[in-house]
Design a protein around this ligand. Structure first.
Ligand code: HEM
Length: 198
């Protein structure tokens, strides 16, 4: 089967941002603390990609277009890739690869524990996102992948802990997440005929 051009477009759109940010950091265009800006941008990227991935199923069910589902796995894997880059940027630019500081860091920034739990959840979903795991796990695969809503909750809590003073942006992501979760609830799905059609 030919690989549709628009799926390649999704690939390029997701890949271009971290490269652009690295280029900006290299050219000293990210201010006095480029490392922290990179960590923040990548963290926000994880959350946005998580929300975009979660919106694929409702969009497919509302529109009937199968293309949304065709890119869902790719978007989920990009979300995980951004999480790996977010964690790597934290280890290099904030921790300075000084592992002896990890204990002090966890006391200073306890929200990292919440982020780490979210990361482990994303790792579990990424390694089981292939067809082989889907076949092997059968009905348990769907149950495992519902973990994505727990990961979203952890990601939102992690961000809330960081941005405490300015809740406006956080509230937008939290509202979108709540809407997406609501759309998956059986009583809501029953009320929207197209949502139950497939
Ligand atoms: C081991 C895993 C993780 C570590 C060590 C980590 C660490 C951090 C750190 C140090 C920051 C910057 C805090 C600051 O600005 O002072 C941050 C921000 C953030 N992280 Fe994480 N994080 C992890 C996982 C995650 C995951 C799984 C998500 C999403 C599901 C996430 C989403 C975010 C968001 C949204 C921000 C805020 C960005 C902003 O304010 O613009 N992080 N994280």
């Amino acid at each position: 089967m030919r690989y549709p051009v628009w799926r390649f477009g999704v690939f390029v759109a997701a890949a271009v941002w971290p490269l652009l940010w690295l280029y900006e950091a290299w050219n000293l265009a990210l201010g006095p603390d480029p490392g922290k800006v990179l960590v923040d941008r990548l963290g926000l990227g994880v959350l946005i990609l998580l929300l975009v991935t979660l919106s694929m199923t409702p969009l497919q069910k509302l529109s009937g277009w199968a293309g949304w589902i065709a890119v869902r796995r790719q978007l989920g894997l990009w979300c995980f890739t951004y999480a790996v880059l977010h964690l790597a940027a934290y280890c290099v630019f904030i921790l300075g690869l000084d592992w002896s500081q990890l204990g002090v860091e966890l006391l200073k920034r306890p929200y990292i524990i919440v982020g780490a739990l979210g990361f482990m959840g994303l790792l579990a979903l990424a390694v089981t996102s292939n067809r082989y795991s889907q076949r092997r796990l059968g009905a348990r695969w769907k149950k495992l992948h519902r973990l994505v809503y727990v990961i979203l909750g952890l990601g939102l809590l992690h961000m809330l802990w960081i941005v405490r003073a300015d809740l406006k942006e956080w509230a937008i992501y939290a509202s979108i997440g709540a809407l997406l979760l609501m759309l998956r609830l059986p009583p809501v799905m029953r009320r929207i005929p197209r949502l139950t059609a497939k």
